[in-house]
Design a protein around this ligand. Structure first.
Ligand code: IDP
Ligand code: MG
Length: 144
């Protein structure tokens, strides 16, 4: 069963020039990229995307960070996509992220932790639909 998950390469990782390296890791891990774009999130988008954290003390800092520069959003396909991407990404706090994970390699802090990965199939769908129309998703069979 092929599942989908959603990722955001966050502003610190884009600004540090690590977009290509992170995409390489994702593709090398067996994910197929079926949607991809460079975009800037506005405050409304960031507040909606992270609405579940709206009452947390770090919410303001998180919204400031996510709107501080361009991000790369991606829709990915793989067996067990959600769990496998979470494993490749590593723990939220990069100090606790396993060696070799994306956050271990590219995060600068708990907030500037390089990448987002959806935590459930249901949240993945909700998240990718905030960034991709159905027409933008590549459903044709291609290798890449
Ligand atoms: P996740 O991205 O690993 O799923 P969440 O708990 O959903 O982690 O938090 C969303 C994002 O909010 C994190 O990726 C990180 O950027 C930021 N964040 C989470 N916890 C903290 C914190 O304790 N301090 C500052 N920022 C945080
Ligand atoms: Mg989360």
């Amino acid at each position: 069963m092929i599942d989908r998950t959603f990722t955001i390469i966050k502003p610190n990782a884009v600004a540090d020039g690590n977009t290509g390296k992170i995409l390489d890791m994702i593709i090398a891990a067996g994910f197929r990229v079926i949607g991809l774009k460079l975009t800037c999130m506005d405050r409304n988008q960031a507040q909606k995307f992270y609405a579940i954290h709206r009452d947390r003390p770090f919410f303001g800092e998180l919204v400031d960070f996510m709107t501080s520069g361009p991000v790369v959003v991606g829709l990915l396909e793989k067996e067990h996509a959600v769990a496998d991407l979470r494993r490749l990404v590593g723990a939220t706090d990069p100090a606790k992220a396993e060696p070799g994970t994306i956050r271990n390699l590219f995060a600068r802090s708990v907030t500037k932790n390089a990448i987002h990965a959806s935590d459930s199939d249901e949240n993945a769908r909700c998240e990718w639909s905030q960034f991709f129309t159905e027409e933008e998703i590549i459903t044709a069979d291609y290798r890449g």
